[in-house]
Each structure stands twice: as structure tokens, then as C-alpha cells.
Design a protein around this ligand. Structure first.
Ligand code: ADP
Ligand code: MG
Ligand code: ZN
Length: 288
């Protein structure tokens, strides 16, 4: 595959660099080997609610009794720590390994945001390139035992999401987040193409901001037009996992350092996340 990274073709690397690259891959493998399921969340473009979905899925998995972690690999807007109430926390480093920060609900969180914001965390990225930094950041995080790791990928189909997906050993499912407008769907189509190119077959789709429920009379409106998510998923041959309402409490709760699943346990959107988790389990995770 032509991706410009020379993923395994280490043609221009010195023997020392090759050795470091192999050691990094081994570290990543070692640090992820006790994670039962890895689920990557992607979107064709930014602003569709990818991080919101990733954070709420993590909360919903944890609520169902699965030991859950979340890797915020989107270096452009690392906003997962804020939604999980751990913004500005320091990452502990032990023997060169980074220990994920624990959220109040027991979710293990690792984000580039911790390393960028913090004054006293040493800059441990030595790679001059972004993709090098992402890989090193992934390799050096010691997750320990987890049932589920959610990965919030960088948006789009460029070098960064590709780097993340290629580095992850055994991705169990990729979840695409889209919104009901054709532009966003075209981007998702590209994304699905990229994921299939990497031989990942288990792909699901969530339509975010699909409809609005009037808080006064309860009437449902498709403010962005007729919902297309299910037809769109069928056309692309991916699993339709469900849709989510547009709700002004979503940004509100994020500003208050929380997710909807955590702050509004009885809301429609929380119920939807719970159903989506059941669909993910049914479609992609074995029952053992
Ligand atoms: N279902 C929703 N209803 C209302 N606002 C939402 C919803 N989903 C996401 N948002 C808001 O849209 C903005 C972008 O969401 P975010 O998750 O950061 O997107 P992305 O990670 O794709 O860039 C945020 O302000 C977020 O709170
Ligand atoms: Mg985001
Ligand atoms: Zn109304």
C-alpha cells in the first residue's frame, strides 16, 4: 500500500533506527495484549461528534460492567479528558511507561492533551514527525487489563488516522460517526474505503444529530432532513448501530466536564447509547 510512511519497509533507516522501531512495536504489543476488545471511532471530518460519541460509548461500556479505557489519539482537539472530568491531570511515568489517568467512574484515560497541557510532564516524544509522536505515545502507555479500549481517532483519511489504525494490533471494530448531510457521507465513504484497505471488516455506523426532540411538546423533527443513516450503512455494507438526537445538553454537559451518559442517566440519548452498546456487542464482540 502506498502511504508514504514506509510502514514496514525500513529502507532508509539505519540499523539502530530499525532496532528502535521494532522495539517500539513490541512495546505497543506488550502494552495492549491484555485488552480484550479494541474499538476505533472515526469520522470523515471533524465536528460531527466523534469525540462525544467515543466518550459516551466509554461511559456506557463501563456502566454495563466492562472494564473500559479510552485512548484520545486526536492530537488536534484532545477533548476527551475534559468530557471525562480529568482535564489537566498529570500522567504518572514509571520505568518509562505512562500510566493512564483514572476517571471518577473508573475509566482509564490517556490523551495527548495530558502531555501538551502539563507543565511538569517531561516531553517524552522524541520523534520529529507527528506520526512518530503518535506511535510513541501509543506504544508507551501501559493499559494493563481492560475489557474494552475505545480509540478516538484523528478525523479524516489522512496520515494520522492511518498511522493510528496501522499501529493498533487487532482492531475488533471501527465505528464511523456521521451526520445526516450528504457531504459528511461522502467523507465517510472514503473512510470506509481506507478501513477496508487495512483488512478490517467489522465496521459500524452511528448517525449523530439525527433528529431533535422538542423539550416542550416532545415532537420529533429531522432538522437536517430525512435520516439516511440506515440506508447509507446498508449501501456501504456496514452495520447500522443506531442514531442519536441533537440535544443542547450535549455541549452543556461537556462544558461541565461530563458526558451525557454520566450526567443524564435517564435521558433519551443515554438510552440510545445503551442500545448502541448492545448492537456493538451483538455485531462485533464475541460472547466469552
Ligand atoms: N448529539 C449532539 N447534540 C448536540 N451537540 C452535539 C452532539 N454531538 C456533538 N455535539 C457538539 O458538537 C461539537 C463537536 O463535537 P465533537 O465530539 O467535539 O466532534 P468531533 O470529535 O467529531 O470533532 C461539540 O461542541 C459537541 O458538544
Ligand atoms: Mg474530536
Ligand atoms: Zn414543541
Amino acid at each position: 500500500m502506498a502511504n508514504g510512511h514506509g510502514h514496514h519497509g525500513a529502507a532508509n533507516l539505519t540499523p539502530e533506527q530499525q532496532k528502535q522501531m521494532i522495539e517500539q512495536e513490541l512495546r505497543l504489543f506488550e502494552h495492549m495484549k491484555n485488552i480484550k476488545y479494541k474499538i476505533a471511532v472515526m469520522s470523515g471530518k471533524g465536528g460531527v461528534g466523534k469525540s462525544t460519541v467515543a466518550a459516551n460509548l466509554a461511559e456506557a461500556f463501563q456502566k454495563k460492567g466492562l472494564l473500559t479505557g479510552i485512548l484520545d489519539a486526536d492530537i488536534h482537539g484532545p477533548n476527551i479528558p475534559k468530557m471525562l472530568g480529568v482535564e489537566g491531570k498529570d500522567v504518572m511515568i514509571e520505568h518509562g511507561e505512562m500510566i493512564p489517568v483514572m476517571s471518577k467512574n473508573g475509566i482509564k484515560v490517556m490523551s495527548m492533551g495530558f502531555l501538551i497541557d502539563s507543565q511538569d510532564t517531561p516531553i517524552i516524544w522524541r520523534g520529529p514527525q507527528k506520526s512518530g509522536s503518535i506511535k510513541q505515545f501509543m506504544a508507551d502507555t501501559a493499559w494493563g487489563d481492560l475489557d474494552v479500549l475505545i480509540i478516538d481517532n484523528p478525523p479524516g483519511t489522512g496520515d494520522e488516522p492511518l498511522t493510528v489504525l496501522q499501529a493498533l494490533p487487532n482492531v475488533d471494530a471501527v465505528i464511523m460517526v456521521t451526520t445526516p448531510n450528504s457531504l459528511s457521507q461522502e467523507d465517510v465513504l472514503k473512510c470506509v474505503g481506507m478501513v477496508k484497505m487495512l483488512n478490517i471488516e467489522d465496521i459500524g455506523l452511528i448517525e449523530n444529530m439525527s433528529y431533535y426532540v422538542c423539550p416542550h411538546c416532545g415532537e420529533k423533527t429531522n432538522i437536517f432532513g430525512e435520516s439516511q443513516g440506515e440506508n447509507f450503512a446498508n449501501d456501504m455494507g456496514v452495520v447500522y448501530l443506531g442514531n442519536l438526537p441533537l440535544n443542547e445538553q450535549v455541549p452543556e454537559s461537556a462544558n461541565k466536564d461530563s458526558t451525557m451518559v454520566n450526567a443524564y442517566a435517564d435521558s433519551e440519548i443515554t438510552q440510545k447509547f445503551s442500545e448502541i452498546i448492545d448492537n456493538i456487542k451483538l455485531a462485533f464482540l464475541d460472547d466469552d
